[in-house]
Write a protein of this length. Structure first.
Length: 328
């Protein structure tokens, strides 16, 4: 039984708490938050204790592993403190808001970096993982193009945008990792950003973005992002190869379709946001993390994957701001 602490009792902390509660080899022991009300509420809901003292998490004798869901600006501090306390770590994306801080974290961890998993849970989505495995098996021949579509149902509040690091670090970071999952290291990035939401524009960020990436072998990837989508949480992926294509489509609550005089293949609404769309991915992510802890082996995706995804995010930001291709 792996005993967990959760840092951050907000929305993502609640998602992880639910995954821990459902896992037969995990138990939630401790919840930390800077504010008592959410910390107490989450702890009481899951039969754990809570603390407002972060050092208690680092030093707790009854905690084996820590899940970090705190604001991004605190990630490095919480990763380093947890690892120094002898804990395994699963940290939400991104590693940090800038490359210097992310690289500092990786360097200070040194050999202990193997103890840290980055929360790129979409690698564990059943559909995306299956496509990745089938591409690796050569089912569609040489992979030539990857298309990742990710659109949120509605934009975040302006105050969130201001501290998020921008769309490429906050939202597209998952898609950058997905591209690396399929194509490996990327050598060229071209990005474009624009606005449909005046509040996000006023906060200094884009809410519409497209990115074109190329790896060293010439394979291409396209990422399509929007902070808003009228029909729900749009999450699709296509892998196109010399011998065919593999597609992952949006998920709906059921597979029922309707045909009538006015509609063909009409379905119910797509799942509304990441809490429901990626529920299975969070569960499988936790499975992989616990297996690595039990077997005392290196964890993947790891801190290096986090740093490289952030490198792509910074390159995309530079490309979109300066109107030019960035070569890595």
């Amino acid at each position: 039984m792996i005993r967990f602490a959760i840092i951050g009792a907000g929305r993502i902390g609640q998602v992880h708490a639910r995954a821990v509660a459902a896992h037969p080899e995990a138990t939630l022991t401790l919840v930390y938050d800077a504010f008592e009300t959410p910390a107490k509420a989450l702890a009481e809901a899951r039969g754990a204790r809570y603390t407002l003292d972060i050092d208690e998490v680092y030093n707790a004798a009854d905690v084996d592993a820590v899940i970090i869901g705190s604001p991004t600006a605190m990630h490095v501090e919480h990763i380093l403190g947890s690892v120094r306390g002898g804990k395994r770590v699963l940290c939400e994306k991104p590693v940090a808001l800038d490359m210097a801080e992310a690289v500092r974290c990786m360097e200070e961890l040194g050999d202990e970096a193997r103890r840290v998993m980055l929360g790129f849970n979409r690698r564990f989505d059943p559909s995306f993982a299956e496509i990745n495995a089938r591409v690796a098996d050569g089912e569609i021949g040489q992979l030539q193009q990857l298309t990742v579509t990710s659109r949120d149902p509605q934009g975040p509040p302006a105050e969130y945008v201001a501290g998020s690091g921008g769309i490429f670090k906050d939202m597209t970071i998952h898609d950058f990792d997905m591209v690396r999952f399929f194509l490996g290291d990327i050598v060229e990035v071209s990005a474009f950003g624009t606005n449909a939401d005046e509040a996000i524009k006023a906060a200094g960020d884009f809410d519409q973005a497209m990115v074109l990436l190329r790896n060293a072998d010439g394979a291409l990837a396209t990422i399509v992002n929007s902070r808003t989508c009228s029909y729900g949480y749009d999450q699709r992926l296509e892998a196109f190869g010399a011998d065919g294509a593999l597609n992952a489509e949006n998920l709906t609550a059921t597979s029922v379709r309707k045909a009538s005089a006015t509609q063909t293949q009409a379905q119910g609404p797509v799942l509304d946001f990441f809490l429901s769309r990626y529920e299975a991915a969070y569960s499988r992510e936790l499975d992989a993390f616990i297996a690595a802890v039990v077997e005392d082996r290196e964890i993947s995706p790891n801190i290096v994957d986090g740093v490289e995804a952030l490198r792509l995010a910074e390159a995309a930001t530079q490309s979109a701001r300066e109107g030019r291709t960035v070569r890595l």
